[in-house]
Design a protein around this ligand. Structure first.
Ligand code: ZN
Length: 241
């Protein structure tokens, strides 16, 4: 009996930790989806990046590059990319220009978070001239999806996301529940949300579950003393339930 107790305690700790992490992950997804569905699109910090590494078809001396405009606010990052002739002056994307509050100029590759999205991955852009990558989550973006024109009709389509907007709304208003993981953000957010869940589970476990387990074993429900053959607890004085 003496050796099985630490084992039982370790099992309880492990189950509680795993449960808290699972609940933390669920909370992370719920928060990201709520932000995707309801967070107003505005008050953005705008960052523009013209990355020479994003040169399209540079080998053949083609004069195209990709312009990336990032629109960030707590809870979301949206970045729109489009293929642009090199000779043209950099312009903020017309679909978002009405939305930014403050702005600054990007300085190159460092401005683009490559931990999520496909913007830097040229093969993924095949056949499209523009697109939007939308990441949601708090405190870090945890899930993302790709929004862009569909292949045949050109109507808006969410890749890796569940659309909640009809396809005929303006792209700046288009919303979809993102399903692709931004691993770093997903991990950090889940761990953070797991903490209050672990605390809640610990409180729950210390009350009804522990009392029930002690009763079932014939121990005192208040202090855990073995009540074999005793009418009341000699340890704390509680009468046998
Ligand atoms: Zn007792």
């Amino acid at each position: 009996m003496g050796s099985s107790r630490p084992l039982a305690r370790a099992t309880v700790l492990f189950v509680t930790g795993a449960l808290a992490l699972g609940l933390g992950l669920g909370t992370t997804i719920a928060v990201a989806w709520a932000l995707a569905a309801w967070l107003p699109h505005g008050r953005f910090t705008w960052t523009l990046a013209l990355d020479p590494l994003l040169l399209v078809d540079g080998e053949r001396g083609s004069s195209q590059r990709i312009q990336v405009d990032s629109f960030a606010r707590p809870g979301m990052v949206r970045r729109t990319w489009f293929i642009q002739p090199m000779s043209a002056p950099p312009l903020p994307s017309s679909v978002f220009i009405a939305y930014f509050g403050s702005s600054r100029w990007g300085r190159g590759p460092g401005e683009i978070d490559r931990g999520w999205g496909e913007v830097p991955c040229l093969p993924a852009l095949s056949g499209r001239s523009w697109g939007v990558e939308d990441a949601r989550g708090w405190p870090m973006p945890s899930l993302w999806c790709d929004i862009g024109p569909g292949p045949v009709t050109g109507q808006l389509l969410a890749r890796g996301g569940i659309p909640v907007s009809p396809p005929n709304v303006a792209v700046a208003d288009y919303r979809a529940l993102p399903c692709r993981p931004h691993w770093l953000g997903l991990g950090i957010d889940s761990a953070l949300y797991a903490l209050p869940w672990a605390a809640a589970l610990a409180v729950l476990r210390w009350h009804p579950l522990r009392t029930w387990r002690r009763r079932r074993r014939g121990h005192c429900p208040a202090c855990g003393y073995d009540l074999a053959g005793l009418p009341a607890c000699p340890e704390c004085g509680r009468a046998r339930a």
